[in-house]
Design a protein around this ligand. Structure first.
Ligand code: NAD
Length: 258
């Protein structure tokens, strides 16, 4: 069991990457705090973990709100006595997010509040708890769009993920001597609700698939395995990385499809 006796807090645990990671972490011996703004979804994740014999609690929080982030960390320490792993994973991609000219200021602000400020607030309240535990691992979900520009714009989303990557590097450097590792997970396009809602026609999906050497969308479970490595002591010398799991998208100039 790769996370035996560890306590992990995962935001956005009611769906996609967060849910699959919560299940995998629990299978690997972690006690999981499944955080989501969607409470029934977080509870369903917890039920699935418990059915499989794992340990988890659900916690309601909007990661864009400081008081909620403070509360979720308190809940982890109250329920399980400590916090070892913080997975700042909750994120949104709004359908009205477009180019600079057409994107409304409110869409920009909302995206930044969840995707960028949410990670900051998770760290603001999570890092003191990790210190109390003698160190730990933080994983922040960025995206391959933090590394590459796209002609189908989602400007606020892309900028927010670039911010997550920059913030991750600085956090890694600042906290390296405290035994706190901080890494960014950069998923490629996944077959999750978030992206399938955004790419809402077969034509849009095919346009994206052309750019992926593997010719398919990734699975949330494939991100969970990467997060498991970064969370575990196997990654003891890994900090400040952009951990790319993208089917080869960032390596490609031309794909087999042309
Ligand atoms: P998802 O929509 O399946 O799950 C996201 C979860 O976050 C949902 O359960 C949602 O309720 C929760 N959430 C949303 N806003 C929240 C808030 N303010 N506070 C707390 N919880 C909130 O998405 P996913 O595909 O699993 O994405 C997870 C992360 O991965 C996001 O940060 C996303 O940007 C990133 N990502 C996804 C893809 C992809 O293709 N799906 C690619 C790269 C990066």
């Amino acid at each position: 069991m790769r996370l035996q006796d560890k306590v992990a807090l995962i935001t956005g645990a009611g769906s996609g990457i967060g849910r699959e990671t919560a299940r995998l972490f629990a299978q690997n011996g972690a006690s999981v705090v499944a955080v989501d703004i969607n409470v029934p979804a977080a509870q369903e994740t917890v039920e699935r973990i418990r059915e499989a014999g794992g340990t988890a609690i659900a916690c309601a929080a909007d990661v864009a709100r400081a008081a909620d982030c403070e509360h979720m960390v308190q809940e982890a320490e109250r329920a399980f006595g400590k916090l070892n792993i913080l997975f700042n994973n909750a994120g949104i991609m709004l359908s009205e997010d477009d180019d600079a000219v057409t994107t409304d200021e409110s869409i920009w602000d909302k995206t930044m509040a969840v995707n960028l400020k949410g990670v900051f607030l998770g760290c603001k309240y999570g890092i003191p708890a990790l210190r109390r535990a003698g160190g730990g691992s933080i994983i922040n979900t960025a995206s391959f769009v933090a590394l590459l520009g796209a002609a189908t714009p989602q400007l606020a989303y892309t900028a927010s993920k670039g911010g997550v990557l920059a913030m991750t590097r600085e956090l890694a450097v600042v906290h390296a001597r405290e035994n706190i590792r901080v890494n960014a997970l950069c998923p490629g396009p996944l077959r999750t609700e978030l992206l399938m809602k955004f790419l809402d026609s077969e034509e849009k999906r095919q346009r994206r698939l052309v750019h992926i050497p593997m010719g398919r969308f990734g699975e949330a479970r494939e991100m969970a395995y990467a997060a498991l490595y970064l969370a575990s002591d196997e990654a003891a010398f890994v900090t400040g990385t952009e951990f790319v799991v993208d089917g080869g998208i960032t390596a490609a100039y031309v794909t087999p499809e042309g």
